[in-house]
Every structure is written in structure tokens, then in C-alpha cells.
Design a protein around this ligand. Structure first.
Ligand SMILES: *[C@@H]1O[C@H](CO)[C@@H](O)[C@H](O)[C@H]1NC(C)=O
Ligand SMILES: *[C@@H]1O[C@H](CO)[C@@H](O)[C@H](O)[C@H]1NC(C)=O
Ligand SMILES: *[C@@H]1O[C@H](CO)[C@@H](O)[C@H](O)[C@H]1NC(C)=O
Ligand SMILES: *[C@@H]1O[C@H](CO)[C@@H](O)[C@H](O)[C@H]1NC(C)=O
Ligand SMILES: *[C@@H]1O[C@H](CO)[C@@H](O)[C@H](O)[C@H]1NC(C)=O
Ligand SMILES: *[C@@H]1O[C@H](CO)[C@@H](O)[C@H](O)[C@H]1NC(C)=O
Ligand SMILES: *[C@@H]1O[C@H](CO)[C@@H](O)[C@H](O)[C@H]1NC(C)=O
Ligand SMILES: *[C@@H]1O[C@H](CO)[C@@H](O)[C@H](O)[C@H]1NC(C)=O
Ligand SMILES: *[C@@H]1O[C@H](CO)[C@@H](O)[C@H](O)[C@H]1NC(C)=O
Ligand SMILES: *[C@@H]1O[C@H](CO)[C@@H](O)[C@H](O)[C@H]1NC(C)=O
Ligand SMILES: *[C@@H]1O[C@H](CO)[C@@H](O)[C@H](O)[C@H]1NC(C)=O
Ligand SMILES: CC(=O)N[C@H]1CO[C@H](CO)[C@@H](O)[C@@H]1O
Length: 458
């Protein structure tokens, strides 16, 4: 009677793919279940035997008791997205058959017990989005069957242990949004199976190790929002499978290396908010899959290379706040997929290329704070999707285009601080979506069109 009762309950523990070798284990499990605070949770009642061994239970609260250590046959422990609180007991180190430990998105605090290093069968360790702290235990290096290590969005501090490089099976390492400091260990370069590597939003400092260039299978590399310094290492150019490279918000310096031109699969390149200097390398023309290119807020100088006109897939291009000079290459008008262009705060001179009239997908055009002294080309009026036209602080001359009134999508027109003259055309009244029209500091004259009523134009 008692035994059958236990088993009918155990049926519902679908997350434990274990054979209960002893009544001791079953007792431990039930004891733990009894610690859940919300016993009457309707989800508990609906637990069904499932083909998915790692079924998740939602909305459970309670703690993980030390007795968990008695479940020595446990293979899969999955309680992700619940409200489990307290610490991870060191007894977890007894679950030597555990292959999956998945408790992300709970309220766990305290450190990862060093005993985790005994779980030699682990293939997936997922602890993200909790309140865990302390340092990453060096014993993790013993987990040489581990493929997935997720530590993101916790409060881990201290440095990344070099032993991490011993986890030769690792495919994915995500430890972003913590408080990790010190150097990125060179040994990460030994994790040659690694595909994504996320260490962004920490306090990591020092150089990016050249050894990362050994990670031949890497497709995602996110190191942004740290305090990394020095050059972008040459060997990163070996990462031919990389599709995403984000090194922004650091203190990287020196010129952008030509080897980046080898990353033929790159579609996202973000190097903004660093101290990179020198020219924009023309070899970027090889990055034919590039979709997003942001180099803003650096100390880049020289012209915008006309080779960027080869990047036919480019959708988003931002080079603002550098020291770029010379005219804007008119071949940028070939970038048929361009939707966003921000070149503000440079020393660009000459005209706005009339070829921009070809960019039919253009929605956002920011060219303010340059020296674009010529007249605004009427081809701009062909940009029938344009939402933002920002040309403030230049020396553009001529009249405000009558045809601007044809761009019915316009919401923001900022052309203050220029040398525009003549009258404000009444066609502006057709811009029914207009939210901001800033024309201050020009040489405009005449009346403000009737349709503006009492609206102030500057
Ligand atoms: C489980 O382990 C604890 C110590 O961690 C022990 O006190 C207890 O007797 C064991 N057995 C059960 C069924 O909880
Ligand atoms: C749980 O449900 C039982 C009967 O349905 C009820 O007697 C008990 O008070 C409930 N407990 C809580 C904590 O709601
Ligand atoms: C989760 O539990 C809390 C109370 O413990 C309850 O207020 C909430 O509605 C539950 N959410 C879901 C999705 O069941
Ligand atoms: C590690 O994985 C291999 C291959 O899947 C397996 O044969 C071996 O038993 C695993 N080691 C442990 C400690 O589970
Ligand atoms: C971890 O957090 C606890 C509070 O949850 C705190 O008492 C402890 O000092 C923290 N440890 C470290 C290493 O920051
Ligand atoms: C992280 O730890 C620091 C110091 O121990 C504490 O001040 C901070 O509130 C913690 N942050 C989170 C998100 O737990
Ligand atoms: C980060 O860690 C440092 C010690 O390394 C500590 O002083 C600081 O409070 C922590 N910051 C946060 C936001 O947890
Ligand atoms: C790169 O990715 C392809 C498939 O996307 C894969 O076949 C190849 O092994 C990976 N590694 C290298 C070094 O090219
Ligand atoms: C603007 O579009 C019209 C019609 O679509 C075309 O004839 C004209 O050449 C275009 N002008 C420019 C400068 O692209
Ligand atoms: C723009 O609108 C004017 C009328 O204001 C019209 O004559 C002209 O053909 C339009 N131009 C384009 C390119 O649609
Ligand atoms: C506003 O648009 C209408 C219809 O598209 C057009 O007939 C009219 O000429 C336009 N007004 C101005 C001032 O361009
Ligand atoms: C008229 C005007 O404000 N021109 C500005 C255009 O932008 C350059 C660069 O920021 C300024 O030096 C000019 O004063």
C-alpha cells in the first residue's frame, strides 16, 4: 500500500530520469518535494509522465536541501524558470551520474560549491540568471564531458580560472553580465570546439589574448562592455567561421587590423566606443555578408573607403564621432539594403552624394556636424521611406527643397545651423507625420506657412 502510493507520486517526477534503486532515494525525493512552499500549485497536480525527460516545472518555490545528495542515480536535474531560493548545497557533488544540471532563472544565491567538479558526467551546466556570487571554481576544469556552460546574469566576481581551458568538450561558454575581473585566460584558446563565447558585461581587463585565434569553430564572440585594452590581436583574423564580433565599450587602441577582412562569414561587426585609430581598412570590402557595421566613437581618420560600397548586404552603418574626412563616397548609394546611416560628428566635406536617392530602404540618415557645404540634392526626395533627416550643423547652402513635402514618412527633420536661404516651402504642410522640424540658425526668410498655426519652428 505504502509502496504503491510512493510510486504513483514518483510517476509525476518526470524530470528525474532515474531508476529508484532504493527506498532511501525515493524518501529523499519526497522529503524534498514536501519542502516546496506552494504544494497546492495547480501545476503540481498536472504533472504528467512525459517523453521529455527534462520537463520543466514552473513556479515552484523552496530550496534545494542537502538531502539531494542522496539521489546518487539522478541523471537530469532541471528546475529552470522557477523561484527556487537558497544556496546550492555542496552535497550536489554526490550526484555523480548527473548529466544535466539546469537551474537557470531562479533565486539561488551564494557560491557554486567546488564539489561541482565531481560531476564528471555533466554535459550541461546551466546556472544563468540567479543571484549566485563568489568566484568560478577552478574544479569546473575537471568536467571534461561538459558541452554547455551557462553562468550568465549572476554576480560572480574574481578572475576566470585558467583551468577552464581543460574542458575540451565545451561547445558553448556564456558568462556575460557578471562582475568578473582580471585577464581573459589564454587557455580559453584551448577550447577548440567552442562556438559561441560570451564574456560581455564584466570587468575584464588587459589584452584580448591572441590565443582566441585558435578557436576555429567560433561563430559568436562577445567581449563588449569590459575594460579590455591594447590592439585587436592579429590572430582573430583566423576566425573564418565568425558571424558575430562585438568588442565595443572597451579601451582597445591601435589601428583596425587588415586581417579582419578574412572573416568572410561576418555579418555583425561592432567595434564602437573604443580608442581605435588610423584608417578604416579597405579590406572590409571582403566582408560580403556584413549586415551591421558600427565603428562609431573611436579616433578613426582618413576618408570613408569607397570599398564599403561593395557591402551589398549592409543594413546598418554607423561611423559617427570619429575624425573621418574627405567627401562621402558616392558608391555608398549602391548599398541597396541600407536602412540606417549615421556619419555625424566627423570632418566630412563636399556634397551629400545624389546617389543616395537610390537607397529606397533608407529610413534614418544622420549627417550632422560635418562640413557638407553643398546644396542638399533633390534626389533625397526619392527616399520614400525616410523617417529621420538630420543634417544639422553643417554649412549646407541653397533652399529647402520643395519636394521634401513628398516624403510622407518623414517624422524628424533637423537642419539647423546651416546656410540655407529662401523661404520654407508650403509643401512641408503635407508632412502629416512630422514630429520635429528644426530649422534654427539658417538664413531663412519669409512667413512660416499657415498650416503650422502657432507651432514654433525652432
Ligand atoms: C540523506 O543524506 C543526509 C545527509 O546529507 C542524511 O542525514 C540522511 O539520512 C540521508 N537519507 C535520507 C533518506 O534523507
Ligand atoms: C491545499 O489544499 C488543501 C485541500 O485542497 C487545503 O486543505 C489546504 O489548506 C491548502 N493549502 C494551502 C497552503 O493553500
Ligand atoms: C506563481 O505563484 C504565485 C504565488 O506563489 C502566484 O501568485 C502566481 O500567479 C503563479 N504564477 C503562475 C504562472 O502560476
Ligand atoms: C564522457 O563521454 C563519453 C562519450 O560520450 C562517455 O563514454 C564517457 O562515459 C563520459 N564520461 C563520463 C565520466 O561520464
Ligand atoms: C555573496 O552574497 C552573500 C549574500 O547573498 C554575501 O553575504 C557574501 O558576502 C557574498 N560573497 C561574495 C564573495 O561576494
Ligand atoms: C553583487 O554583489 C555586490 C557586492 O557583493 C552587491 O553590492 C550587489 O548588489 C550585487 N548585485 C546583484 C545583482 O546581486
Ligand atoms: C564587483 O566586484 C568588486 C570586487 O572585485 C566589488 O568591489 C564591486 O562592488 C562589485 N560590483 C558589483 C556591481 O557587483
Ligand atoms: C565552420 O563552419 C562549418 C559549417 O558552418 C563547419 O563545417 C566547419 O567545420 C567549421 N569550422 C571551420 C574551421 O571552418
Ligand atoms: C528619382 O526617382 C525618379 C523616378 O523614380 C527618377 O526618374 C530619378 O532619376 C530619381 N532621381 C535620382 C537622383 O535618383
Ligand atoms: C513631388 O511633389 C510635387 C508636387 O508637390 C510633384 O509635382 C512632383 O512630381 C513630386 N516629385 C516626385 C519625385 O514624386
Ligand atoms: C500636397 O499633396 C497634395 C496631394 O498629394 C498635392 O496635390 C499638393 O500639391 C501638395 N501640396 C504642396 C504644397 O506640395
Ligand atoms: C554652420 C555650421 O554650424 N557649420 C558647422 C558644420 O559642422 C562643422 C563640424 O561640426 C562645424 O565646424 C561647423 O561650424
Amino acid at each position: 500500500m505504502m509502496v504503491s502510493k510512493i510510486f504513483s507520486l514518483l510517476q509525476f517526477f518526470t524530470l528525474f530520469t532515474i531508476t529508484f534503486a532504493s527506498t532511501e532515494e525515493a524518501t529523499a525525493l519526497l522529503k524534498w518535494k514536501a519542502t516546496f512552499k506552494n504544494q497546492n500549485n495547480s501545476l503540481l497536480a498536472s504533472w504528467q509522465p512525459s517523453s521529455d525527460a527534462c520537463n520543466d516545472w514552473n513556479n515552484l518555490s523552496g530550496t534545494i536541501p542537502p538531502e539531494i545528495g542522496n539521489l546518487t542515480n539522478l541523471v537530469c536535474f532541471d528546475l529552470h524558470i522557477n523561484q527556487i531560493s537558497g544556496t546550492i548545497p555542496s552535497q550536489i557533488g554526490s550526484l555523480v551520474k548527473l548529466q544535466i544540471l539546469c537551474i537557470f532563472d531562479n533565486h539561488l544565491n551564494g557560491p557554486i560549491p567546488g564539489e561541482i567538479g565531481y560531476l564528471r558526467s555533466l554535459t550541461k551546466l546551466s546556472l544563468g540568471r540567479n543571484f549566485l556570487n563568489g568566484s568560478i571554481p577552478a574544479s569546473l576544469g575537471n568536467l571534461n564531458n561538459l558541452s554547455y556552460l551557462y553562468l550568465y546574469e549572476n554576480n560572480f566576481s574574481g578572475s576566470i580560472p585558467p583551468e577552464i581551458g581543460k574542458m575540451k568538450s565545451l561547445l558553448c561558454l556564456s558568462s556575460h553580465t557578471n562582475n568578473l575581473s582580471g585577464l581573459i585566460p589564454k587557455t580559453i584558446g584551448d577550447l577548440t570546439e567552442l562556438k559561441p563565447l560570451y564574456l560581455d558585461a564584466n570587468q575584464l581587463s588587459g589584452p584580448i589574448p591572441n590565443d582566441l585565434g585558435n578557436l576555429k569553430n567560433l561563430n559568436y564572440l562577445a567581449l563588449f562592455d569590459n575594460q579590455l585594452s591594447g590592439p585587436i590581436p592579429n590572430d582573430l583574423g583566423n576566425l573564418k567561421n565568425l558571424s558575430y564580433l562585438a568588442l565595443s565599450y572597451n579601451q582597445l587602441s591601435c589601428p583596425i587590423l587588415n586581417d579582419l577582412g578574412n572573416m568572410k562569414n561576418l555579418n555583425y561587426l561592432a567595434l564602437f566606443d573604443n580608442q581605435l585609430s588610423g584608417p578604416i581598412p579597405s579590406v572590409l570590402r571582403n566582408l560580403k555578408n556584413l549586415n551591421y557595421l558600427v565603428l562609431s566613437h573611436n579616433q578613426l581618420s582618413g576618408p570613408i573607403p569607397s570599398e564599403l560600397g561593395n557591402l551589398k548586404n549592409l543594413n546598418y552603418l554607423a561611423l559617427f564621432d570619429n575624425q573621418l574626412s574627405d567627401p562621402i563616397p558616392s558608391v555608398l548609394g549602391n548599398l541597396k539594403n541600407l536602412n540606417y546611416l549615421e556619419l555625424s560628428h566627423n570632418q566630412l566635406s563636399g556634397p551629400i552624394p545624389s546617389s543616395f536617392g537610390n537607397l529606397r530602404n533608407f529610413q534614418f540618415l544622420f549627417l550632422g556636424n560635418n562640413n557638407l557645404i553643398e546644396e542638399i540634392p533633390s534626389s533625397i526626395c526619392n527616399l520614400t521611406s525616410l523617417v529621420v533627416l538630420h543634417l544639422s550643423r553643417n554649412n549646407s547652402k541653397g533652399k529647402i527643397l520643395q519636394c521634401l513635402g513628398n516624403i510622407s514618412s518623414l517624422q524628424y527633420v533637423m537642419i539647423s545651423h546651416n546656410n540655407l536661404s529662401g523661404e520654407l516651402p508650403s509643401s512641408i504642410c503635407n508632412l502629416t507625420s512630422l514630429q520635429v522640424l528644426d530649422l534654427g540658425r539658417n538664413n531663412l526668410m519669409g512667413a512660416i506657412p499657415q498650416c503650422f498655426g502657432n507651432m514654433c519652428s525652432s
